[in-house]
Design a protein around this ligand. Structure first.
Ligand SMILES: Nc1ncnc2c1ncn2[C@@H]1O[C@H](COP(=O)(O)OP(=O)(O)O)[C@@H](O)[C@H]1O
Ligand SMILES: NC(=O)OP(=O)(O)O
Length: 315
């Protein structure tokens, strides 16, 4: 049986739809785990990553609501680490139980992951990453007036959301540990929420306040561990050109150069589909034989036997 090394990045709807309670998110991850176990049954080695946009934004709001001198709000890098722990626990627990139900004897581990960014990245003076819940325009403007350090922007016609800096990952501190776990047949969960952003200064790493895009961090991980496949799971089965227009066209197998031409035509929305496409291109270009797939969780059954979804290949 061919065993592939797969980095699989879980999008928002794999964890959270409308209900942000722990129980609802755990239930979503139980369903996600059922799908992921199918890869394991097939003999694939899984390296799982996930987003944290809604969760880290909610955590910031919870902290702001309870802040006092004795109970200070914690910085954003620490909040990212907290979401790596909570979502990692939910995913790990869901996978442990799904594997046990199938009688598969395999271990799962979550790694708190530090992702290195450049302290001179322009992103620090230009926040773009939406986190937390949606606000009305009025409520968002009131928040900005009350907290001068906060920026809110309109998010793809869906409402207003707080945005934070999102620098590009340049390295992953723990990638060798993650690779060793894979070599030892352990399923890992890492670079959660894009990883805890850290900068290197005089040979030391320290956290910075930002949220890294999990698609870029997953790409970097796939590159560093020399994965065969990068799968980016989201809420659509395929990427489209002319998305949501009467002439929309589904992309199945598509080359890097075709995608670059579509990017020039502005076919992919910034902050949602564009980072996935850019991450897929970067991985396919950087790896020798690697491919990338963008599809939905629900499409995984088709993906197991044939390439389903939008498959990005060299060329
Ligand atoms: N060209 C496109 N093709 C397909 N989906 C697109 C396109 N442009 C924007 N999208 C939107 O991008 C969304 C996925 O991005 P997002 O919700 O941010 O991802 P995530 O699953 O990581 O949370 C899709 O649900 C879709 O609405
Ligand atoms: N960190 C991150 O990219 O999270 P989302 O995918 O949930 O936005």
């Amino acid at each position: 049986m061919m065993s592939r090394k797969i980095v699989i990045a879980l999008g928002g709807n794999a964890i959270l739809s409308k209900d942000a309670s722990a129980e609802a998110q755990q239930q979503a991850l139980r369903e996600t785990a059922e799908y992921l176990v199918k890869f394991v049954e097939k003999g694939d080695k899984l390296i799982i990553s996930h987003g944290n946009g809604p969760q880290v934004g909610n955590l910031l709001l919870q902290q702001a609501a309870a802040v006092s001198e004795k109970n200070p709000a914690l910085p954003l890098d620490t909040c990212v680490a907290m979401t790596q722990g909570s979502i990692g626990y939910w995913m790990q627990n869901a996978l442990d139980n799904a594997l046990a139900e199938k009688g598969i004897d395999k271990e799962v581990a979550t790694i708190v992951t530090q992702v290195i960014v450049d302290q001179n990245d322009d992103a620090f003076s230009n926040p773009t990453k939406p986190v937390g819940p949606f606000f009305t325009e009025e409520a968002a403007k009131a928040e900005m007036a009350a907290h001068e350090e906060m920026t809110f922007v309109e998010d793809a016609g869906r409402g207003w959301r707080r945005v934070v800096p999102s620098p590009r990952p340049t390295g992953i501190k723990e990638y060798k540990i993650i690779d060793r776990l894979t070599e030892n047949d352990v399923i890992s969960i890492s670079v959660g929420g894009g990883g805890v952003p850290v900068v290197e200064e005089n040979g030391k790493l320290h956290g910075v306040e930002a949220v890294i895009d999990k698609d870029f961090a997953s790409e970097k991980l796939a590159e560093l561990v020399n994965a065969d496949l990068l799968i980016i799971l989201t809420s659509v089965d395929n990427v489209y050109v002319n998305f949501n227009k009467p002439n929309q066209e589904k992309l199945e197998e598509v080359t890097v150069s075709q995608l670059k031409a579509y990017i020039k035509e502005d076919q992919f929305a910034k902050g949602s589909m564009l980072p996935k496409i850019e991450a897929a291109i970067e991985f396919v270009e950087a790896s020798q034989n690697g491919r990338a797939i963008v599809t939905s969780l629900e499409n995984i059954s088709q993906l197991l036997d044939n390439d389903a979804g939008t498959v990005i290949v060299k060329g």
